[in-house]
Write a protein that binds this ligand. Structure first.
Ligand SMILES: NC(=O)c1ccc[n+]([C@@H]2O[C@H](COP(=O)([O-])OP(=O)(O)OC[C@H]3O[C@@H](n4cnc5c(N)ncnc54)[C@H](O)[C@@H]3O)[C@@H](O)[C@H]2O)c1
Length: 269
């Protein structure tokens, strides 16, 4: 790892770190020399990467529900005791509503249920703010930190609902829901707000806006989605790791309040 991207001695927290992309982020941060604490709500089922790293002294998996500030505080205390003061926070945990979820979650905007709005706001937005309040505060006190807030192309532009038309079933139309889009849009200005708020405390805050990741989606979805992508395909799950390393390390030392978009060109036309 060249020096510019070296994270030796740094302590990182990855929320939602057990998920598809969180696993990749943990992997690359460890490779760059960081000690990594994963905060996740479901820690009973570990994927093969975590199973094979169970005894890695630089990795700690901690059960944290980011919708509860006390849970974040307890988890962070645990990190400080085990590794020391964190200086990297990847706010990655979020709820999406894939096609398999209850029909109402992906139904028309006019009838979108309040309970699903609340559920998504609680994790995608309030949970992220809580993590910044608890962990960002410690970084500010220590005058050192990089926070990376994960957003989505659907928080930057509107979903192209035509991609999802084929999912209509029994007369129920499928729409990529409002809750995901508005919470991911809010992440972009939370980033700018905190970047200016903590600029004097040497805490940098940036967002990383991602396009869709290949995860064995059905052929029809892949056809519709990939037609919309200038590079003609979804991302592989490790294709955001370079950006994570860049944003977490001194390679991005003059960058704060920015949004890095990596989407195969999805938002370019
Ligand atoms: N996968 C994609 O195609 C894609 C595209 C654009 C953006 N993103 C964004 O990337 C991030 C990760 O996506 P992913 O596909 O890896 O998702 P994922 O569902 O595989 O992982 C999300 C993780 O968050 C955890 N989590 C959920 N609620 C939590 C809570 N209350 N407290 C702590 N942890 C909680 C889950 O247990 C899970 O491990 C999300 O912010 C998502 O919006 C993903």
């Amino acid at each position: 790892m060249i020096k510019l991207f070296d994270l030796t001695g740094k302590i990182a927290i990855v929320t939602g770190g057990l998920g598809q992309l969180g696993t990749q982020y943990t992997k690359i941060l460890l490779e760059a020399g960081a000690k990594v604490a994963v905060f996740d709500i479901k820690i009973d089922k570990l994927n093969s990467f975590y199973l094979s790293n169970k005894d890695n002294p630089n990795l700690e998996i901690i059960k944290v529900d980011i919708t509860k500030k006390k849970s974040i505080k307890d988890g962070t205390k645990n990190v400080i005791e085990k590794f020391g003061v964190p200086s990297i926070l990847i706010n990655n945990a979020a709820l999406d509503t894939p096609p398999g979820n209850p029909a109402a979650e992906n139904g028309p905007f006019e009838e979108y249920p309040e309970s699903f709005l609340d559920k998504t706001y609680a994790v995608n937005l309030k949970g992220m703010i809580f993590c910044c309040q608890v962990i960002g505060k410690i970084m500010a006190e220590n005058q050192h930190g990089s926070i990376i807030n994960i957003s989505s192309i659907y928080g930057y532009i509107s979903p192209d609902q035509r991609i999802y038309e084929y999912l209509e079933k029994d007369g129920n139309k499928f729409f990529k829901p409002i809750s995901y889009s508005v919470t991911k849009a809010a992440v972009l200005n939370l980033t700018r707000y905190l970047a200016t708020y903590w600029a004097g405390k040497k805490v940098r805050v940036n967002s990383l806006t991602l396009g869709g990741v290949f995860n064995n989606q059905d052929e029809e979805f892949l056809k519709g989605y990939c037609q919309r992508v200038p590079l003609g395909r979804m991302a592989n799950e490790d294709e955001y790791n370079g950006a994570i390393l860049f944003l977490a390390s001194d390679a991005s030392s003059y960058m704060t309040g920015s949004n890095l978009i990596i989407d195969g060109g999805f938002t370019a036309w």
